[in-house]
Design a protein around this ligand. Structure first.
Ligand code: SF4
Length: 588
């Protein structure tokens, strides 16, 4: 599977395509219900969505071989009329990662969209998760799927619960509980229900260390001891993840990086890292959900698909009646994307931009709102008339908001796209009111950036090798450090980089000691030397998180954590205390 051997037939039939990856509804539901090791996830993620005409032109049966210079996978084909010809969509996950481009162009962000791939028909076996993990060098695959035993008794209803899945942090859920069993989730979307109702499944309930290649169950003390030894002996450790846990844990992670002279980074490297860079360069114009609901008469979704990734977002921010705007009938909706995503079906105007060319479209819009002449008939595949129409819609809005996603941050000129969109907003504010809000995936990735900014002045990829914080873009991000083989240990907290980072970065995890603190058996646990269980923030313990509009929200505890399982923040605090004691560092 690692090398792409072409048959004569394949050479004749192969065709160049542009690969885009991203979230899909079934990807979210399947990973939260059965987990990434299950068949449902395989069926949702190991697929290539293609235009039916391309499928027919290539004489494809039920599967295709997709390959490029980074790797090769065999996937089931799913026809989709909304995929433009010449493009292929593979949901975010380990199969897509075999093909993504690890180059970060000094942003920390690999190319997870707009990647060139070849596709040919095949009858070879489908690439399984085990195939991929073996190829990547996983250290063990003896994953111990355990569920928390459920005990009923003591039925109750908890109101105003915050959903800890995506960055929208919906804070109006009503959760019905019987003992430690979650029975119902009212108000949460399908992904939220999958998360809450299955919180007890496939849990890490004990600590493990790897001995002679095998995972051995140990006490928490022993696991912390082994983790502290590994970290003390490391010359340059990476502490990574932190977006699916609370800000309290982030604070300790930064303290640990400083103590060890390592690097602390969060999952901004595969979502909105370039946005943070652009904000540092040109500032920003932000608003909260409250402003959108009460004032916005124009909502633009650019490079994001909330109907599949932030499912409640449209009902909450677009359809809802505000103080001055009477819901959808007084609110215009525009979608800009490389394909006709489901959200586009709700839009008054859909603009299809060519992959990787958003910067040109943004530049044309900046020209149009200043009444400068656009001489060419099409810009980035968009007819000039549509560009002028959108510019006029923007100028005449009373309050406009652009929600933008990774379709802007990880394609084309990456962070320059964000500089262009912020400049556009700033210029629109000379006419009217406009703001932007990044659509962020993991529920507290905004909080991870905030804590990092307050504490170190940098939003992510913070290096303490010299004893003080610095961020060297293109050098100190997790993607760059792993892909270049620079770090000699990784501590992964509440994250699954194996499911998100390109192949070259993941392969390095097979060569270095890896410590994982997590709630469930992630793909990254198959690379771990030490595994420590953590409690679910927002279900089994309280914690603070930041919504995508930077509003801080306190998450509730609904049920007790499993016996002996501590919150991530407590695990890190104990780890730091142990390391300080071993190093003879004085307590404050
Ligand atoms: S939109 Fe996001 S935060 Fe809201 S319920 Fe769905 S998954 Fe949870």
């Amino acid at each position: 599977m690692g090398v792409y051997a072409l048959s004569k037939e394949g050479l004749r039939n192969r065709k160049l395509f542009i690969l885009n990856t991203g979230r899909s509804l079934m990807q979210g539901i399947s990973m939260e219900s059965e987990g990434k090791w299950g068949e449902k996830y395989f069926n949702a993620v190991a697929i290539a969505e293609m235009n039916p005409n391309d499928i027919s032109d290539l004489s494809v049966g039920d599967r295709v071989k997709v390959y490029n210079e980074y790797g090769v996978v065999v996937l089931r084909v799913k026809p989709n009329d909304n995929i433009p010809r010449g493009q292929v969509f593979i949901p975010m996950g380990p199969w897509a990662n075999m093909l993504t481009n690890p180059n970060t162009d000094a942003t920390g962000m690999p190319y997870l969209k707009g990647v060139k791939v070849f596709i040919e028909p095949t009858d070879e076996p489908l690439t399984t998760l085990a195939d991929i993990l073996k190829l990547l060098g996983a250290k063990h695959l003896d994953i111990r799927m355990e569920d928390i035993p459920l005990k009923t008794g003591g039925r109750r209803v908890v109101e105003n619960v915050v959903c800890s899945f995506c960055g929208d942090l919906c804070d109006y859920l009503i959760i019905e509980v019987d003992g430690n069993k979650i029975l119902r989730n009212v108000g949460g979307c399908a992904i939220s229900s999958a998360k809450f109702l299955n919180y007890h499944k496939h849990r890490i309930l004990k600590a493990y260390i790897r001995e002679q290649g095998k995972l051995t169950e140990v006490s928490l003390d022993k696991a912390l001891d082994r983790a502290s030894e590994i970290l003390i002996n490391s010359k340059y450790p990476l502490i990574f993840g932190l977006s699916s846990t609370d800000v309290e844990t982030n604070k300790y992670a930064i303290e640990l990086a400083e103590l060890l002279h390592g690097v602390v980074d969060n999952t901004s490297v595969f979502c909105h890292g370039p946005t943070a860079l652009a904000v540092q360069e040109v500032g920003t114009v932000r608003c909260t959900f409250g402003v959108v609901i009460n004032l916005a008469d124009l909502v633009i979704f650019w490079g994001c698909n909330p109907l599949e990734a932030h499912v409640n977002h449209i009902a909450r921010n677009v359809l809802r009646e505000g103080k001055f705007i009477k819901g959808r009938r007084e609110r215009k909706v525009v979608v800009v994307d490389v394909r006709k995503i489901p959200t586009a079906n709700l839009a008054d105007l859909f603009i299809q931009v060519e992959p990787g060319r958003d910067y040109e479209l943004l530049t044309a819009l900046r020209m149009a709102i200043k009444d400068l002449d656009i001489e060419v008939p099409t810009i980035a595949g968009v007819p000039r008339e549509k560009v002028l129409e959108l510019a006029e819609i923007m100028r005449t809005a009373k309050y406009g908001v652009i929600f933008f996603g990774v379709g802007l941050t990880m394609t084309g000129v990456k962070y320059r796209n964000l500089v262009a969109v912020i400049r556009l907003i700033q210029e629109l504010n000379e006419w009217t009111k406009f703001a932007i809000i990044p659509m962020r995936g993991h529920y507290n990735v905004a909080g991870a950036n905030q804590v990092s900014l307050w504490t170190t002045c940098y939003p992510y990829a913070v290096d303490y090798a010299r004893g003080f914080p610095r961020m060297v873009i293109g050098v100190t991000s997790a993607t760059d450090l792993l892909a270049n083989g620079d770090v000699d240990t990784a501590l992964i907290i509440a994250s699954d980089p194996v499911a998100h980072l390109p192949r070259k970065a993941v392969e390095h995890l097979s060569k270095i000691p890896v410590i994982v603190i997590d709630t469930k058996w992630s793909l990254t646990t198959s690379f771990a030397d030490v595994i420590i269980p953590g409690a679910y923030v927002g279900i089994e313990c309280e914690g603070t998180a930041y919504r995508i509009d930077e509003v801080s929200i306190q998450l509730k505890k609904i049920v007790d954590p499993p016996p002996g399982v501590l919150p991530d923040s407590e695990v890190l605090k104990r780890l730091i205390d142990r390391i300080k004691a071993k190093l003879g560092v004085m307590y404050e």
